[in-house]
Ligand binder design. Sequence first.
Ligand SMILES: Nc1ncnc2c1ncn2[C@@H]1O[C@H](COP(=O)(O)OP(=O)(O)OP(=O)(O)O)[C@@H](O)[C@H]1O
Ligand SMILES: [Mg+2]
Length: 388
Amino acid sequence: MIRVTGLVKEFAGGSVRAVDEVSFEVPTGELVTLLGPSGCGKTTSLRCVAGLEEPTYGRIEIDDRVVFDAARNIAVPPNKRRIGMVFQSYAIWPHMTVFGNVAYPLRTAKMKKREIHERVMASLELVGLADLAPRGAPNLSGGQQQRVALARALVAEPEVLLLDEPLSNLDAKLREQMRQEIREIQQRLGITTLYVTHDQIEALAISDIVGVMSGGKIVDFGSPERIYRAPKSRFVAQFIGVANVIAVNDVRPASENGSLQGATQMGSMSFHPDEAATPTGGQTAVLVRLEDVEVSRERPTADRNVWRGRVISVLFLGTHLDCILDVNGHRLRAQAARRTKLEVGEEVWVQIRPDHATALCDDVAGDGTGARPAKPTQTVPSAVAGAA
Ligand SMILES: Nc1ncnc2c1ncn2[C@@H]1O[C@H](COP(=O)(O)OP(=O)(O)OP(=O)(O)O)[C@@H](O)[C@H]1O
Ligand SMILES: [Mg+2]
């Protein structure tokens, strides 16, 4: 377990607050990703956990040990924190062999030769590089170098693994393959892992929990599925994938259990409240993912959330069509199946199932902050202090 409480890191004499009151927990054996745009404080948070950066305020625990506590003047040095770390630049030593690189942390810890050999080979086996042990490190592909870095991070059997954009030097295909491998290894070892990336798809693919960061704060924290389906703010919704954000006025309870209804430019619309119970009577914004806008030539049988629309543009993207529809003057973006063969100018039916339309809490202003009262979540209560 990694528990971070009230973490603040200021630079330049307090003029830059890179990390601003961040609290979250990585449950034992799980992989939590900090995701966010460049400069939002991901690396700084990770370096604080590693002990490479001294926080200005806050507390950091790894399993049952407090490794940093500003209030109690505790700061365990990095090499005593029992962490393994992989950086964006793999930082493997070119003058050593693959074996030498992975053995390095054990040699500095003065371990016996035979044990070093066993551990290094087991670690190389884990990342599928045992055959390359004698090879010089520079004669490796990017993916292989990345694996060496991972083997080196794991060889001392750390309690937690910290990874900062470990795949960003690889091309798209290899990145996809390696993220799967990292996830498999992480799950096989059951090692508690904190992962940093700015790549949304990577975060969704690899994580048990995603923490979305913006401006030094955690603005959403939850399972990939929840973050994608019901993000806590417009910022999160638009950072994670593409979505329609539809303004809704005159919000009131719908007749069905728990759902809401309101007026949009398209017409009356039923939708799901967000977990914090959207206030009725006012206005809100509703999120609809592109793949949840259903486009058809035949009139759908449903009696709610069905409208007439006109196709304004269609892009063929291989797996699907990306189209813009005009629905009573509202521009709705949709992902249609290839076989629909939509044409520009065509009149179509558009359907959005109410459970695929989720209110974006009280982010009516659309300022991206997702500002709202803190509310405990079930997974990780401490995560919310930073999410407020
Ligand atoms: N040593 C430093 N001195 C001053 N400012 C710093 C220092 N390190 C980081 N910062 C600032 O802190 C903020 C957060 O930086 P950080 O490296 O944590 O961002 P990041 O989320 O990892 O971004 P990226 O995706 O580009 O790696 C940035 O505004 C950065 O300029
Ligand atoms: Mg970074």
